[in-house]
Design a protein around this ligand. Sequence first.
Ligand SMILES: Cc1ncc(COP(=O)(O)O)c(C=O)c1O
Length: 359
Amino acid sequence: MSETSPKLRAELEGIPTYKPGKPAAAGGPVAYKLSSNENPYPPLPGVMEAVTAAAASFNRYPDLSCAALVEELAGCFGVPASHLATGTGSVGVAQQLIQATAGPGDEVLYAWRSFEAYPIIVQISGATSVQVPLTAGDVHDLDAMADAITDRTRLIFVCNPNNPTGTTVRRAELERFLDRVPSDVLVVIDEAYREFVRDREVPDGVELYRNRPNVCVLRTFSKAYGLAGLRIGFAIAHEPVATALRKTAVPFGVSQLAQEAAIASLRAEDELFGRVGSLVGERTRVLEGLRAQGWTVPDTQANFVWLRLGEPTVAFAAACEQHGVVVRPFPGEGVRVTIGEAEANDIFLKVAEGFRREL
Ligand SMILES: Cc1ncc(COP(=O)(O)O)c(C=O)c1O
């Protein structure tokens, strides 16, 4: 038998592995997972029933075109059904967007630090990541990003609000940026946390997309809608891009369970808005609590807060874990803490207070 292993693409060398948020420890007195920006609420009314009914026929393939969901989304957003494309979470759709636009020799531009899947999916494609540092205030530096566009740039991610900082770019600066981007470069506005935005100056990407054929909006059912485990997200884009997304989709990637759950969630919007409102209230409480303790925390419009701790990041995360909350450390930079149940947020605030006193 030969000793050589199958030839694998050189691009796979050194791809950073995606670090999922650590699960809450089992068996402790309390254990809250504030490490993955998930929704602390159980499924919305009607969702369990829809999923249970769909489960009875999972010997069948799902609807490949997600037709009923697409119809529902088209009505919700006031866009043609042909402008919608679904996928296995918005990260799946993001990967399809890169496959559709970029390969070896091409560049994909995004702010850094931002969503940690971007460098991974770019590297898999063989394209090159161009990362533009956030400003000192942890916001996208859109002027520097526009300056970094070259004739090899194929796709630009604008993560709004940004993961992990929660910071946003506002309408005037985003429009000015879009005006500077060549019309043959795709701009993907990743709005995974859109439902949590309360700042009216933060534009809804769907409005920006309408008269800009090179703008695509990414949304997900994983965060506000609480369907992270079912893997479903979607893009709204003009027809050439939406068609390309259908070509790059894994056939039957979105399960019927996910499709039915998404439809039922959209139909429970009143309840959804109530829950999101409560989380936004908790977000304000946590932010104000941290600032009262003396921390400098950037404004957040997402379901998490960012503490730029620098060196003691890992020690802070360990202290949180000791007290029963698991947060997401980015060693040497800071921690991202999801807004969870009030009890979990209380524990986090208490740990932050004690840690601050010892700094
Ligand atoms: C900015 C951003 N985009 C996309 C995603 C992916 O979400 P999903 O693939 O669950 O839809 C996340 C998840 O954390 C995110 O933070």
